[in-house]
Design a protein. Structure first.
Ligand code: ZN
Ligand code: ZN
Length: 584
């Protein structure tokens, strides 16, 4: 009895929305999913001429008998789905019965399969109809060969991106499948040369190593945690490991590579303030959840899935990553040679890993404009030199201040340079965030109410809900003859600049610009921290330096400023020796 059944027509239509075969990577994806669905343990992918000439996938899965083989080419046949209800319980991959007929309609497709118990069968299809039906050896598994893809759809062929990019997308598809199935051995060849292979021993780190390189894999940390709805596990790159695109965030849900905008932005949020702008992390995240929580998008080409209870997942991810980073010393090493990055010989990703860090232009302007700098309160430090070991920063001794900006420290591992502004900014930022987080903002009454200059529109908006919203920030206004004046401000507003900061908050709220109170506060905290911290080219006394380092060590993240730039970098002794050619 064959395994493949024919679906009832309405379900078939649900699934068949849209076209399956968009590009070569989507063909590879379909063939891989068929192989994985057949419980293959070894999958070989042979690609010739970037896939234009041939794509062949050889698996050692369950195979099909002659009856199933014929059914496989009937549109909307699938062994997996028997009723609408089952759609919600899809745990396996091969639920898109229309895939093979679709591929067969734009290529010459041959499929050879056997359950291993009896002689196999080989069917060849052209233009969607069978042109050959022959016996085949009783080799267990399936061999799918797709030749001359899109030969009969020149428009589609023309629409493809460059061969290199198409091929890169194919490699990426195989790599994602390999991450989701670390217990399956993958081997991909291009024009007879191996381009990617995994051991199939269930070791995700080994797959990451195969995708990237040893050094990258060494900077990835395992994590796993769960709550009532989800369990997550995977590997997170340390924030010192950065990429210039967000492509290196791989999401898998119940063993299916997926896309989910909420989950990927949550990951970016977890790295926020650890990474400079335009830098992205390397992450592999596997989600396990009851299939009932997963809304598999019926559109075959889209990997985007919807998740229920997604807020609980967000919380889980943020907490897990925060915990992970807390355990690490995230000091970026300065290297003579650029960081190796993932570039497959046949993939010419443009990267800009070496580009200089960009900082807020606002701050630059401000830093140049020394006259407006308010003085940082640094009380004389009366304590004895510290003997206690540090929490997060390494123990090191002070060497001196360089270029008026960088504090130099040393220990046996090498030289450490701390950007004094970035360090002070991190400390201040966390202090402001702390103050803002208080359930009831500490407020300060102004001696004289400050009149606010607001337009008629703004004034009428203030009459609405905006006023009570502003109260939550600790801002209170009084109204007299149609004019508003500021009466109370949060105590963390710098003295003498109440109007300026109140103005920023009020305008943001009135414009409805900010997505959330949290985001607005964060922006304010960064802004305040930047403007009220030690500047570059400011001389610091020794006790001010000790105090700065102690305070920095107490922060949640002493390694990057709130803009995500490094606070501290290290030049290792070995690297120095390499610079001076003492060692090679
Ligand atoms: Zn700054
Ligand atoms: Zn900064």
């Amino acid at each position: 009895m064959g395994k493949i059944r024919q679906l009832d027509e309405s379900l078939a239509n649900m699934i068949a929305a849209g076209e399956v075969v968009e590009n070569m990577a989507s063909v590879v994806k379909e063939l891989l999913e068929n192989a994985l669905d057949a419980q293959a343990k070894n999958i070989n992918i042979f690609v010739t001429q970037f896939g234009l000439k041939e794509i062949r996938v050889v698996d050692d899965g369950e195979g099909m008998d002659a009856e199933d083989l014929h059914l496989a080419f009937k549109r909307h046949a699938t062994s997996k789905i028997r009723a609408h209800h089952d759609l919600h319980h899809i745990m396996t991959l091969g639920f898109r019965g229309e895939a093979l007929p679709s591929i067969a309609s734009v290529s010459t497709l041959s499929i050879e399969s056997s359950t291993g118990e009896a002689a196999g069968r080989r069917l060849t299809l052209k233009n969607g109809s069978i042109i050959e039906d022959q016996p085949a050896p009783p080799r267990r598994g399936t061999i799918m060969t797709v030749k001359d893809l899109f030969y009969n759809t020149p428009a589609r062929l023309k629409h493809l991106r460059s061969e290199q990019r198409e091929f890169a997308a194919m490699v990426e598809t195989v790599q994602q499948a390999a991450l989701a199935h670390s217990d399956v051995r993958f081997n991909m060849h291009h024009n007879g040369q191996s381009v990617f292979h995994t051991s199939g021993r269930g070791d995700v780190l080994q797959v990451l190593h195969a995708i990237y390189d040893k050094k990258t894999a060494a900077q990835m940390r395992p994590f796993s945690s769960k709550n009532a709805y989800f369990s997550i596990e995977g590997y997170a790159g340390l924030p010192t490991l950065t990429r210039s695109t967000r492509k290196h965030i791989t999401l898998v849900c119940n063993q299916r590579p997926i896309r989910n905008i909420v989950v990927s932005s949550t990951i970016l949020e977890a790295y926020k303030s650890y990474l400079p702008i335009q830098k992205f992390p390397v992450v592999y995240l596997q989600i396990k959840a009851d299939p009932l929580l997963i809304d598999v998008n019926i559109h075959p080409q889209k990997q985007e899935v919807k998740l229920s209870e997604v807020n609980s997942l967000k919380k889980l991810i943020l907490e897990t990553f925060a915990q992970l980073f807390k355990q690490e010393q995230l000091i970026a090493d300065v290297r003579k040679t650029p960081e190796p990055r993932f570039v497959h010989p046949s993939m010419n990703f443009k990267t800009s890993e070496q580009e200089p860090y960009m900082h807020d232009t606002d701050e630059k302007v401000h830093e140049l404009n020394q006259s407006t700098a308010s003085t940082q309160v640094t009380e004389p430090h009366q304590e004895e030199p510290k003997t206690t070991s540090r929490q997060r920063l390494p123990d090191f001794e002070y060497v001196g201040q360089a270029i008026g900006t960088y504090l130099i420290f040393q220990n046996e591992s090498g030289l450490h340079l701390i950007d004094q502004h970035a360090a002070a900014e991190r400390i201040r930022y966390e202090q402001y965030r702390q103050a803002m987080r208080l359930p009831k903002p500490d407020i300060r009454m102004l001696l004289l109410p400050l009149p606010l200059s607001l337009s008629a529109d703004e004034r009428s908006a203030l009459k609405g809900s905006a006023q009570s919203y502003l109260n939550q920030f600790g801002l209170t206004m009084v109204e007299a003859s149609g004019q508003y004046a500021l009466q109370e401000v949060p105590y963390w507003f710098p003295e003498g600049q109440e109007e300026h900061y109140a103005d920023q908050v009020i305008r943001a709220v009135l414009k409805g610009l900010t997505p959330s109170k949290g985001a607005l506060l964060d922006k304010l905290a960064i802004d305040l921290a930047c403007k009220h911290s030690i500047k570059a080219n400011q001389h610091l006394t020794r006790s001010e330096i000790d105090r700065l380092i102690d305070d920095l060590d107490q922060t949640d993240n002493p390694f990057t400023c709130p803009h995500g730039r490094p606070v501290i970098i290290r030049i290792t002794t070995q690297e120095l020796e390499r610079f001076f050619k003492r060692v090679m």
